[in-house]
Design a protein around this ligand. Sequence first.
Ligand code: ITT
Length: 190
Amino acid sequence: RTLIFATNNKHKLEEVQALTGNRFKLKTLEEIGCFDDIPETGHTFRENASQKSHYLAANFKVDCFADDSGLEVDALNGDPGVYSARYSGTRDSEKNLQLVLEKMKGKEDRKARFRCVISLIINGKEYFFEGTVEGTIAHEKSGIDGFGYDPIFTPEGYSKTFAEMDPDEKNAISHRGQAVNALISFLNKI
Ligand code: ITT
């Protein structure tokens, strides 16, 4: 079974493919010849995930899913949230991460969470799958694995960041891991 994963983010693809294994062959936007700048103008992860999957289903007539995700920091009123990919005004993840660290200087409440919402469109119907992982924002970055804000996010119950975990360890507890596992069980049932 082949499913199109509506993403341009190679790290997301790697994480999801590690979970789906060879049960599903994932094709990326590039592989189906979609180089469009897919609109992402929603105010929630759900709206954005839905926008991405609907765009692809409508324009390319395929079954597909999209992941919208990000980091919510309590002391920053939930920012960067849906703006996670471009928090500093660029897609440079080092700049984005440094901006969070800077804004968090001197803050005692370091609570944060990653959220992931997947929108699946299959046979013309839409289904959502979600995951959340609670944690805290570290005082400095550490680790080189993963992507995005991983070097500054310490999941609850651990004393290392996502970037200090190997991919399987992160997938076992992450927001994306939870959402993808729910997607897989659904697909296995239909
Ligand atoms: P696509 O829309 O093409 O899928 P994107 O990177 O633009 O890729 P989003 O709009 O969903 O995706 O933004 C997600 C951002 O949130 C991502 O670029 C990271 O900065 C952050 N993020 C999401 N999941 C993450 C994770 O597991 N680890 C670290 N940062 C993550």
